[in-house]
Design a binder for this molecule. Structure first.
Ligand code: Q9C
Ligand code: ZN
Length: 344
């Protein structure tokens, strides 16, 4: 299986996040991608650089003014005389208008961002575009039928980024851009299977009213965990998309037995949709040692997960999402890919 990476991720570094009342170094840090790269190379998987696709595929799923804001935020922050990471401190709450972006940088940040653990630094926008390019380069490999599967080493991750909102360490939704690109390049139905610990609220938002892109997610119950305000079982899609969103929330402490049972249900739903391809939002923050999560999967279990996903017998694009136990992240990713390839 080919691995696609982008060196641009390095520019997204040195940021701080606001977590549990403290400003702390980001959990989502460059060493994540470096550990994954080392592990896939050690496993003998071929690594290629992403091809540049530009903004057009991004604008198929994201709002143009939102993308322009991400592009300009660092410059606006400098012009306001600020130092350090670009972070919001005020948000458009439920009682306020959501249809009128303000002009001021702080107002704009709260308008387009939903969580204060997602800093923008000088290289963030280019890194986010580089991550999209990884996903698109992988999509092109499976769309042409040249490869059965590919792994996009995306950093920053993407599944919390919605049509016009960023947060949760995510800016542009790599998996959603790739799924839409597959739709635009000959695939009639595309499934997104999200196995990150957190609900993929951004991907759900983007495809909620669509019958041609199915979204199936298993994740920590949003009553207990981030992103808190989306991902309940009764969210099943709307309009033409009714029935094409599937949410399977799980309790804290979920072990492999409980996880595998629910993954089986998720895979049944994907099969019933009869897609032409599946995009897997692969977060390995379900790992027992993850510093911000509360499931208990061990490295060997990722190989079983990969084998179960292979059982779909579909063109498959793996897109990296979360995973914050940096010293184990590479092993967990490689275990998943090797399980898929039948090497373990
Ligand atoms: N105290 C992804 O995995 N904050 N994003 C958690 C824990 C946000 C995770 C706070 C977690 C975002 C792609
Ligand atoms: Zn996550």
């Amino acid at each position: 299986m080919k691995v696609i990476q982008s060196p641009l991720h390095i520019g997204h570094s040195g940021g701080v996040e606001f977590n549990e009342g403290q400003i702390v170094p980001c959990h989502e840090r460059p060493s994540r991608a470096e550990f994954i790269l080392k592990a896939v190379e050690d496993a003998g998987l071929p690594v290629l650089d992403a091809e540049p696709y530009g903004l057009d595929p991004v604008l198929r799923v994201h709002d143009e003014a939102f993308v322009a804001f991400l592009r300009d935020a660092w410059r606006l922050w400098q012009e306001a005389g600020r130092t350090g990471s670009v972070l919001p401190f005020t948000f458009a709450g439920r009682s306020m208008r959501r249809d009128r972006p303000p002009r001021d940088i702080d107002g704009l940040l709260g308008y387009y961002c939903f969580a204060a653990e997602t800093p923008i630094v000088e290289g963030t926008f280019d890194a986010a575009l580089g991550a999209v390019d990884c996903a698109l380069t992988g999509a092109a490999l499976i769309a042409g039928g040249r490869e059965r599967a590919a792994y996009a080493l995306c950093r920053p991750p993407g599944h919390h980024a919605a049509h016009s909102v960023y947060g949760g360490y995510c800016y542009l939704n790599n998996a959603a851009v790739a799924a839409q690109w597959l739709r635009d390049h000959g695939m009639e139905r595309v499934a997104v299977l999200d196995v990150d610990y957190h609900h993929g609220n951004g991907t759900q938002d983007i495809f909620y009213e669509r019958a041609d892109v199915q979204f199936v997610s298993l994740h920590a119950d949003p009553l207990l965990d981030f992103p808190y305000y989306l991902g309940h079982a009764d969210e099943t899609g709307a309009g033409a998309g009714e029935g094409f969103t599937v949410n399977l929330p799980l309790p804290w402490g979920t072990d492999w037995e409980g996880y595998a049972h629910t993954l089986g249900l998720a895979l049944d739903r994907v099969r019933a949709f009869q897609p032409d391809a599946v995009v897997v939002s692969l977060g390995v923050d379900t790992y027992v040692g993850d510093p911000i999560s509360r499931f208990t999967l061990t490295t060997d279990r990722y190989a079983e997960m990969g084998a179960m996903i292979e059982g779909l017998d579909l063109p498959t694009l793996f897109v990296q999402e979360g995973g914050y136990a940096v010293e184990a992240i590479g092993d967990n990713v490689v275990a998943t890919l090797e399980g898929f390839m039948g090497r373990r």
